[in-house]
Design a protein. Sequence first.
Length: 189
Amino acid sequence: MEEKLITLFHTYESVAYLISIAINIVISILGVVPSVFLTAANLAVFGFWKGTFLSFVGEAVGAIVSFVLYRKGFHKLSETKWFSYPKVKRLLEAEGVEAFSLILSLRLLPFVPSGLVTFVAAIGHTSLLIFIIASSLGKLPALLLEAYSVYQVMNWTWQGKVISTLLSVFLFIFTCTSIAVIKSDDSKC
């Protein structure tokens, strides 16, 4: 996918920035597609700092567009049983400083899906301005870490090799744990 994006950016050089931002908006609206391949393409075509900045702008704009669309289309869902869990309900009902703190802290956590945070904030009581500020501030450190990691792996530096090794170990442990859980569930049947 990354190579196709790189080709697309080179083919349409004059509007490559806009294409990248548009793709990031689509990724944000979908909510479940990882953006790491787009970050990698941005870094490869535009360099580290411009590529990182472009990815940040794309993710920030994408989150804002998603928030507005989710708010218009799904606001009534906040009244359903699906959102009765205490942590989700807290974000749904949060306003002002509490909403800001929750969104910021959830954006800083690497394993919390960005689309889920946007969705819950949008159907809750969070204002657009609070969301924009907290979401953008929270995305910055995560994106810098992602861009640095992707850049190191792309250039196969020693840091990239360490990142790849740690990722491989994590995936191996995750796979083994998942298989063990599945086997234990099968034995209960």
